[in-house]
Design a protein around this ligand. Structure first.
Ligand SMILES: [Zn+2]
Length: 221
């Protein structure tokens, strides 16, 4: 694990940002990525084009919100900080304004159990957090409420956020959340999707837990 090498980890943050673009879950440079490091985390800087990022542009932030680097951290550093503080297992965080997740967030819709893969977020629905101003502590507080017992949530009239053990897994989860948002959107065009019930989703979550023991993750593949 290259977790002890700041420069190597910063390069992986950048490659994850670039992968967000190629995987179609980024809009401009609105999204941001971080990875746990030392007593805090490394995060993308505020307002810089991902394609021009260099390793020493990535900002280190302590869990008390202090940063001593040259650039300002992403304006959404509070959401990242609060995930690392509240979820000790969180190793990486991804925030995006991906099109379909954002569209559902503007409708203030949760993603219910219309498909069993909703369980990748850790429960039987992916909640949508109440709206608050970007970068505010209120937004982060709303996010924490929507994230309870989950790895992902939508952010009202804003986008989505998720966390996982590491950068590879958080990217895969972000791509999956956007795919679910897209599928739910299209399913709703044909009527009211049939939702899986609590027992059916419990069975999926149990199966994912078994997969997780084998593969180190809860993904189906
Ligand atoms: Zn945002």
């Amino acid at each position: 694990m290259d977790g002890c090498n700041r420069e190597a980890l910063a390069r992986r943050v950048i490659s994850t940002c670039l992968a967000m673009e190629t995987r179609g879950i980024n809009q401009g440079n609105a999204g941001n990525v971080s990875v746990r490091f030392g007593d805090g985390f490394l995060i993308t800087p505020s307002g810089m084009d991902y394609a021009r990022l260099r390793a020493d542009d990535i900002v280190q932030v302590d869990l008390d919100g202090q940063s001593h680097d040259r650039l300002q951290p992403s304006s959404e550093w509070r959401m990242h900080r609060d995930i690392y503080t509240h979820y000790p297992a969180a190793g990486a965080v991804l925030h995006a304004h991906s099109t379909f997740a954002t569209a559902l967030s503007c409708l203030r819709l949760d993603i219910p159990a219309f498909h069993y893969m909703v369980a990748v977020a850790g429960g039987d629905r992916i909640r949508c957090a109440d709206y608050a101003l970007f970068g505010s502590q209120e937004l982060s507080d709303n996010m924490l409420a929507a994230l309870e017992d989950r790895r992902a949530c939508l952010l009202g009239t804003h986008g989505m956020i998720c966390y996982h053990d590491d950068l590879d897994r958080v990217l895969r989860l972000g791509v999956e959340i956007e795919a679910l948002a897209k599928q739910y959107h299209f399913a709703c065009q044909g009527g009211q999707p049939v939702l899986l019930d609590t027992q059916q989703m419990r069975a999926v979550l149990d199966r994912f837990a078994d997969y997780g023991k084998q593969s180190g993750g809860a993904d189906e593949d």
